[in-house]
Write a protein that binds this ligand. Structure first.
Ligand code: 0L1
Ligand code: MG
Length: 262
């Protein structure tokens, strides 16, 4: 690690302050160009620690930048991982208060819920499918704390991968009865289709994103516990939303999930 504890805590306070007060900031690597991956995840962990200390619960995990569409949109080449806090969850058909966000975008995703622990190294798609209780449609609402969504990977990891809100809904799907690679998704904004894709857009198979997360946690001696909700990453590029917009995600065989922006 390149940053000392005091700087890690200061950067976590700065980024979480931006999240809680809905204001943007410049990317942290502008001030700390030498920070490394351990620093980036240590800042994310410190943001998590602060939330837990305030009484929030961690209700899931997320993989980000797992599709070529997203990687191209953001000009990066590696997936990243973050956490979901309880207050990020929005009910299906519910409303997001846009005043609490900076510049939200929506992503169509497949969420996994595990029924057995997953531990890397060596975790693969087969192990993920065997440990999956069900999959379910999800809309992730991302909201980078960085001005104009301009960042590099270390800055975005520190910022908990732009995590902000998420909605799950529709039907629970049994992975034994679905081909997640060919599962089609249509994202609609105000009744108009705005993005389309299929599960294979996520690393060839959405379960590959979950395996990657298990392997990354395994390097730190951690695992994905049974009963964890995990967003596997946007299947298409992210779509910007404004107050007044209504968004619906339709997923083949799994129904739909919706959210409105007040
Ligand atoms: O969920 C995501 O793919 C977002 C990861 C962070 C990058 C971004 O804000 O687009
Ligand atoms: Mg996402």
């Amino acid at each position: 690690m390149k940053l000392d504890r005091e700087i890690i805590e200061r950067l976590a306070t700065r980024l979480e302050g931006c999240e809680l007060e809905a204001r943007d900031t410049t990317k942290i690597t502008d001030d700390h160009p030498d920070m490394d991956w351990d620093d980036a995840y240590a800042i994310q962990d410190e943001i998590k620690r602060r939330k837990l200390a305030r009484g929030a619960r961690i209700v899931g995990l997320k993989a980000g930048l797992t599709s070529h569409a997203k990687m191209k949109q953001m000009g990066v080449e590696t997936p990243v991982f973050g956490f979901l806090a309880d207050y990020f969850a929005v009910p299906d058909g519910g409303e997001v208060d846009s005043a609490k966000l900076i510049h939200p975008k929506v992503e169509p995703e497949i969420a996994f819920v595990t029924k057995a622990p997953l531990r890397g190294p060596g975790c693969h798609i087969g192990a993920v499918l065997a440990a999956t209780d069900f999959v379910i449609p999800a809309i992730e609402i991302i909201d980078s704390r960085y001005r104009d969504f301009k960042f590099d990977l270390k800055s975005v990891v520190a910022d908990n991968c732009s995590s902000s809100r998420f909605v799950v809904g529709g039907r629970m799907g049994d992975v034994a009865a679905l081909d997640l690679r060919t599962l089609g998704v249509v994202l609609e904004k105000n009744g108009e289709p705005v993005a389309f894709g299929a599960g294979a857009a996520v690393l060839g198979h959405p379960a590959a994103a979950i395996a990657m997360l298990a392997n990354m946690l395994g390097e730190k001696g951690e695992e994905i516990p049974a009963g964890t909700l995990i967003l596997s990453g946007g299947i298409t590029e992210a779509v910007a939303v404004q107050p007044g917009d209504a968004v619906t995600l339709r997923v083949q065989d799994l129904g739909s999930v919706s959210v409105r922006f007040a």
